[in-house]
Design a protein around this ligand. Structure first.
Ligand code: ADP
Length: 427
């Protein structure tokens, strides 16, 4: 029954009882059992008592209703708090709330993964010990209007974060609640990219400076001590030419890399005939390979479908891989190029296998880094720039592909990758 109708019923009952008592008193008075005054007193006392009872019940009902409203509000607050906690857990960045005693009041999942699962309730300085952190937190907790501060924090595992320390506005009813928040923004990859850029500039400058220093040295010798040595002139000019050509190759490779990086997110849209491209590249490179007695052999099945690629970039991939094989392979050996439909439908699988000395395991993962060489002196002697495989890697990335390198010392090396078929025939 609804509370209103319940109240009405109880009132009705009280009225009925009052009427019944008044009627009984009137009856008793009429038959002379009680005096008129006694009747009035009995009726008045009964009326007041019933009125008191009714008011009491009414008050109890109002009190019950107030308690129900309060409980509903509290339930709503609890739900809101737990929704907020869940939302914070969805944040991929670590987030902490710190109370006025420097204890961690709230830590989302990312923060617990970073600093430890049991951090809530502990002093934050156990985890963030840097003095500038302690100072920033102190300033924020002592002055809620303090400016927010951003502090670089690096973990023992070399992850770096920019941590924002900011005051959290206090509610009057929440005197002991959280007073500062720490928001961690990960900058590890940005720092690595910055470092890579700096290393690249340093490496490129070093690679260019080496031949340049050599050329300048020979110029000085030709102007000075060897000015009249005609026989030395020819020899020195020959070396200078080789060094200058190395610089040109290096600059060409650097420009290629930057052009490839600029097109990284532009999908290749040419339909390329692999058989033709491989045959042309092999015949262009064969004369140079023959100088070392190396034979380039290709095995391409007829009817190979066209691939979706950038023809010029793909030619560069084959030139780099085939000329590496010709450079580093033993004399009088063979290099094999194969192309065949891959197990994965819609792709062509390509390999370039040599019978060279092979590359030991520890170098394989780093070969596609810019300027990484197994034997720098040998690479330079062979005219290498240290950028050939980096160029291959970036071209293949643009083609949604990757370079796989397998090698066995004394047996040779195989470079493999796949390319997407231009049109898949579903018929
Ligand atoms: P480089 O201009 O020095 O050849 P690359 O990026 O093309 O630069 O190759 C990186 C290094 O990988 C080379 O210096 C060489 O040590 C090694 N390498 C590449 N291809 C082969 C190969 N087919 N056999 C043995 N070593 C190779």
């Amino acid at each position: 029954m609804a509370p209103q109708s319940k109240a009405f019923m109880s009132l009705l009952n009280e009225r009925t009882v009052a009427v019944a008592i008044i009627f009984a008193v009137a009856l008793l008075w009429s038959v002379g059992q009680i005096t008129f005054l006694s009747g009035v007193i009995i009726a008045a006392v009964t009326g007041v008592t019933l009125l008191q009872l009714s008011l009491k019940r009414r008050f109890e009902e109002l009190e019950a209703r107030r308690k129900a409203i309060q409980k509903r509000k509290k339930d709503n607050r609890t739900t809101t708090v737990s929704i907020r906690a869940k939302a914070l857990d969805l944040l991929p960045s670590p987030f902490l709330l710190i109370d006025s005693n420097h204890q961690i009041a709230v830590a989302n999942v990312a923060a617990r993964e970073l600093l430890g699962s049991e951090i809530v309730g502990n002093d934050v300085s156990l985890y963030l010990r840097q003095s500038n952190f302690v100072a920033a937190l102190e300033a924020t907790l002592s002055d809620p209007d303090a400016d927010l501060q951003v502090i670089r924090y690096t973990t023992s595992k070399d992850r770096s974060f920019d941590v924002t320390v900011a005051a959290v506005p206090q509610m009057k009813s929440d005197r002991n609640g959280p007073e500062a928040m720490l928001f961690f923004y990960e900058v590890t990859s940005l720092i690595r990219a910055e470092q890579m850029r700096a290393d690249f500039v340093a490496n490129a400058s070093h690679e260019l400076r080496t031949p340049l220093t050599s050329i300048l040295g020979f110029i000085e010798t030709l102007i000075g001590p060897a000015a009249d040595d005609i026989e030395a002139h020819g020899r020195f000019l020959g070396i200078m030419q080789t060094e200058a050509e190395r610089m040109v190759r290096l600059i060409d490779d650097l420009l290629s890399l930057s052009r490839i990086e600029m097109t990284r997110y532009v999908a290749p849209d040419m339909e390329v005939d692999l058989s033709k491209l491989i045959v042309n590249t092999v015949s262009t490179l064969q004369p140079r390979a023959s100088d070392r007695g190396i034979t380039l052999k290709s095995d391409i099945p007829s009817g190979l479908p066209l691939v979706r690629a950038d023809g010029d970039q793909l030619t560069q991939v084959f030139i780099n891989l085939l000329s590496n094989a010709a450079k580093y392979c033993d004399q009088d050996s063979s290099v094999h190029v194969t192309a065949a439909p891959a197990l994965q439908e819609g792709w062509i699988h390509l390999t370039i296998r040599d019978e060279g000395p092979g590359i030991s395991e520890e170098h394989l993962g780093r070969l596609t880094e810019r300027f990484y060489r197994v034997d720098t002196a040998r690479s330079r002697k062979m005219g290498g720039t240290g950028l050939g495989l980096a160029i291959v890697k970036h071209i293949l990335l643009r083609h949604d592909s990757a370079l796989e390198i397998k090698s066995e010392l004394g047996k040779g090396t195989t470079f493999a990758f796949k390319l997407p078929v231009a049109k898949i025939n579903n018929a």
